[in-house]
Design a protein around this ligand. Structure first.
Ligand code: CO
Length: 135
């Protein structure tokens, strides 16, 4: 597996419209894509920052992928995503390295990417997302 760059930083928000006052209004950044991922209960807003992106994760329902996080910790940084080549090897390599993948194989992510999450208890407290594919 080869790691290219930080693909995006995922931030859990209660209301993207509210938070975009900061990202668009203050920082002057642009939303390049809005995507609904119903099986994960998420509406995702991608905000371009140079070569990387901020991913605002807004729950569409009470059992979304970020609902537990928002309840426990409130809004804030949820994960860091690394863009990689060779994600098909990632599950095996992660296990060999004592890391805990959150699924047995990569899943479909936003924008036709394939993604794999690594449990934060095995990465020093950071929920890590590996992403393969273009933005
Ligand atoms: Co992400």
């Amino acid at each position: 597996m080869h790691t290219n760059r930080i693909d995006h930083i995922g931030i859990a928000v209660r209301s993207a419209q509210e938070r975009l006052k900061f990202y668009k209004g203050f920082l002057g950044l642009q939303v390049t894509d809005i995507e609904e991922l119903p099986d994960r209960g998420l509406r995702v807003y991608f905000v371009k920052v140079g070569d990387t992106r901020i991913e605002l994760l807004e729950p569409m329902s009470d059992n979304s992928e970020v609902s537990g996080f928002l309840e426990k910790k409130g809004e804030g940084i949820h994960h860091i995503a690394f863009n990689v080549i060779g994600i098909d090897d990632a599950v095996r390599l992660a296990k060999e390295s004592g890391l805990q993948p959150l699924s047995e194989e990569p899943k479909m992510g936003a924008g036709n990417t394939r993604v794999l999450f690594l449990h934060p208890k095995t990465t020093g407290g950071v929920l890590v997302e590996l992403v393969e594919g273009a933005h």
